[in-house]
Design a protein around this ligand. Structure first.
Ligand SMILES: *Cc1c(COP(=O)(O)O)cnc(C)c1O
Length: 411
């Protein structure tokens, strides 16, 4: 161990010299945040247009969520599931009602919700559908992102996420995204589930045609296959609806929720479904020490109460419509394509102009934080509490950055 390994970095040089290199952050050191704004260690303000990949849907330091967390901190924070706790029942009731389902399995991270759903689907396959032991398969889509565990990266086709981490978990079949016919052809007698993002987030906010998910739902129902919707990034208001599946009137068998469910305070995830599916789990077969802990349940409950008002969804819908109009006006001005719905956009920057990273660095210099993905795409996903005027200003900064880059390339 080096001498400095235990040293706490000074403010201002808090760049994390001892951190593993699994992220490549923009060079901004955030110290505080409120609403859609954050402040760095030198007091500079930035509009957060990433919102921790949609985990901060309700804004930084949301006073209602902080009150719920504070009140719970003073009472009790962890009991384990060995005992019952008074916040978990109400959390499960209200989350089940929000999703129109019977049952909730509480976990912590998104990846754990996905892993749980894989186990549930397999157990359902053997115990209910009658698949031969060890033969269950699950259909997934090309371009998927469902998390970072060894099983989940086994069915990722992103070499950066996948390569050098094998041996890989078998039992998954990949089909092209947004091609319902190809998906239906891949279903066989051993298929227990289809696992999809209703809108692919990390792939660059890929919105499939409106008839895709309904056709997948139909193929699943016709073949006695579960439809599992990974709404960890798309759900809980981001798209202007409670779930992205609502946009096309599709009800999956299992919803996977995470990110925003924790109100940006604690990791909270869940699998939500009906008793005929989630009910296959028996006592002792699955669990988590922290899953559904009192602090998580009380924050989750406060998040659900916000969504029950419909206000975050309405804001995402209205602000999102205007944002997409403004973004579409940039097509041809350095932007090749814009995708998305609600307060969620993937913007492809013309490679001739520069990389997504370059655009994000220039945005940062102007006080706007966004993140690039796949070289030339940038994602905008501000907290749903963002003010109209602030969002308009951020889009002006994007237009200005594109102008700068056009002029730099022309010179
Ligand atoms: C972020 C994400 C996950 C993984 O969530 P973690 O909390 O990072 O484990 C899974 N699925 C989707 C669609 C996501 O965006």
């Amino acid at each position: 161990m080096s001498e400095t390994s235990a040293a706490v970095p000074e403010r201002g040089d808090a760049r994390g010299a001892h951190l593993a290199h699994n992220y490549h952050p923009l060079p901004v050191v955030i110290a505080s945040g409120e609403g859609a704004w954050v402040r760095d260690v030198d007091g500079r303000r930035y509009l957060d247009c990433l919102a921790a990949y949609s985990a901060v849907n309700f804004g930084h330091s949301n006073p209602v969520l902080l009150d719920a967390a504070r009140a719970q901190l003073e009472r009790i924070t962890l009991t384990s599931r060995a005992f019952e706790s008074d916040m978990l029942g109400p959390f499960a009731d209200r989350l089940a009602a929000l999703a129109g389902k019977d049952m909730v399995l509480p976990m912590n991270t998104g990846a754990e919700a996905v892993e749980s759903a894989v186990k549930i689907a397999r157990a359902w396959g053997y115990r209910v559908k009658g698949v031969e032991p060890g033969k269950a398969n699950i259909i997934v889509a090309a371009g998927n992102f469902h998390g970072r565990t060894t099983t989940i990266i086994s069915f990722s086709d992103d070499p950066v996420a996948h390569d050098d981490f094998g041996p890989y978990t078998p039992g998954f079949t990949t089909v092209p995204y947004a091609d319902a016919a190809a998906l239906a052809r891949a279903i066989d007698d051993n298929t227990v589930a289809v696992l999809l993002e209703p809108i692919q987030g990390e792939a660059g906010i890929i919105v499939p045609p409106a008839d895709y998910l309904p056709a997948v739902r139909e193929a699943c129902t016709a073949n006695n296959v579960l439809l599992i919707a990974d709404e960890i990034q798309s759900g809980l208001g981001r798209t202007g609806t409670t779930f992205a599946c609502d946009l096309v009137g599709v009800v999956p068998d299992l919803y996977l929720l995470g990110k925003a469910l924790g109100g940006s305070i604690v990791p909270v995830s869940a699998v939500v479904g009906d008793a005929d599916v989630l009910g296959v789990l028996r006592a002792g077969e699955h669990g988590s020490t922290f899953g559904g802990n009192p602090l998580a349940a009380s924050v989750g409950l406060a998040v659900i109460a916000m969504l029950e008002t419909g206000e975050p969804q309405r804001r995402a819908r209205e602000l999102g419509e205007r944002m997409h109009q403004q973004l579409h006006a940039l097509v041809g001005e350095g932007v090749v394509a814009v995708r998305g719905v609600g307060l969620w956009a993937g913007i492809d920057i013309s490679p001739a102009l520069g990389t997504g990273r370059e655009v994000c660095e220039r945005l940062m210099a102007r006080g706007v934080l966004a993140k690039d993905t796949h070289e030339s795409t940038i994602r905008l996903a501000p907290p749903l509490v963002v003010e109209q005027a602030d969002l308009d200003w951020a889009l002006e900064q994007l237009a200005a950055v594109l102008r700068e880059l056009r002029e730099a390339r022309a010179a």
